[in-house]
Design a protein around this ligand. Structure first.
Ligand SMILES: NC(=O)c1ccc[n+]([C@@H]2O[C@H](COP(=O)([O-])OP(=O)(O)OC[C@H]3O[C@@H](n4cnc5c(N)ncnc54)[C@H](OP(=O)(O)O)[C@@H]3O)[C@@H](O)[C@H]2O)c1
Length: 275
């Protein structure tokens, strides 16, 4: 049911996948939604559906400032920020260049952090606001050839915990969502660069097995629809007392429970067996 609301939400990474689904779910609930990403043309259907569309490149601080100032001037407030945009620089630690690793951290952590730094004073002045950080089960577990992605999401988890405890006294709620496999471009898009970096060097056998496992997961039809996470984002924003973390999507709960139960070595062995 549509809920009439003048509440304002910003969603990053809105040009596809979970971000796009979140924009649609929030519009359906009556929110004023600002959608941001680099591929502005991909967001034309969101504009038609009623969202405000913005260019955002999280690796470029001036782009983050321009976006924030535009929204503040138009709305004068921001009730929720959904930090959803991310990239995945898969490949062995030896073979992913530090430039690629830094670029990934710029998107997955530092750009997200800069945007959040701009938003927090607005929410502090309002004495209210919700920040939803889209992490991953990859923020709790690890796989080979995923060191930089896992590092960025593990960092986001710890950063979010500190932000939550720091800002809850001033009325800001911080929620982490940890999706499992979700049917978006994210997994398939990671395969090409993975094979380019590690597909013919010392880790080639592992890289090809990893690519195959990713293909199997995303071609199986078992990956969950992005709307599942979009609904959780709405729930986190609307709940009077949201959970600190939500785990959802294909294999997510199983993976988290397994990680909790197994020692590091047993978990390593399980992942190695799977690959
Ligand atoms: N799909 C999964 O299985 C899965 C599982 C666990 C967690 N997640 C998390 O879910 C979130 C959304 O991913 P998704 O699955 O929806 O993948 P997706 O469809 O590939 O979406 C990623 C979004 O990030 C944006 N983005 C990438 N680089 C950017 C940059 N430099 N500046 C601004 N935006 C940028 C992309 O837009 P532009 O390219 O247009 O900028 C795109 O809209 C991510 O945080 C991801 O880690 C996904």
């Amino acid at each position: 049911m549509k809920k009439e609301s003048s509440r304002v939400v910003l969603v990053t990474g809105a040009s596809s996948g979970i971000g796009e689904a979140a924009v649609l779910a929030l519009l359906a609930r009556g929110y004023r939604v600002h959608a941001a990403a680099r591929r502005v043309e991909r967001m034309a259907p969101l504009r038609e559906a009623g969202a405000q569309i913005h260019f955002l490149d999280l690796t470029d601080e001036s782009s983050i400032h321009v976006l924030f100032e535009n929204i503040l001037q138009t709305e004068g407030r921001l009730d929720a920020l959904v930090n959803n945009a991310a990239t995945a620089a898969y490949g062995s630690v030896e073979e992913v260049s530090l430039a690629d690793a830094r670029r990934q951290f710029e998107v997955n952590l530092f750009g997200l952090a800069r945007l959040t730094q701009l938003v927090v004073p607005v929410m502090r002045a309002q004495c209210s606001g919700t920040i939803v950080n889209i992490s991953s089960v990859g923020g709790r577990i690890h796989t080979p050839l995923g060191a930089w992605y896992h590092a960025s999401k593990h960092a986001l988890e710890g950063w979010s915990d500190s932000l939550r405890i720091e800002t809850s006294p001033i009325g800001i709620r911080v929620v982490v969502i940890q999706p499992g496999a979700i049917d978006t471009e994210f997994g398939p898009n990671a395969i090409g660069p993975l094979l380019e970096r590690s597909g013919s060097g010392p880790y080639r056998a592992l890289a090809h097995r990893m690519a195959e496992a990713t293909r199997r997961t995303f071609d199986s039809g078992k990956a969950s629809p992005p709307a599942l996470i979009a609904d959780l984002i709405v729930k986190a924003i609307e709940s009077p007392r949201p959970k600190t973390r939500y785990v959802a999507g294909h294999l997510a709960r199983t993976i988290m429970a397994t990680r909790k139960l197994l020692s590091d070595r047993l978990f390593d062995a399980l992942i190695q067996k799977f690959l």
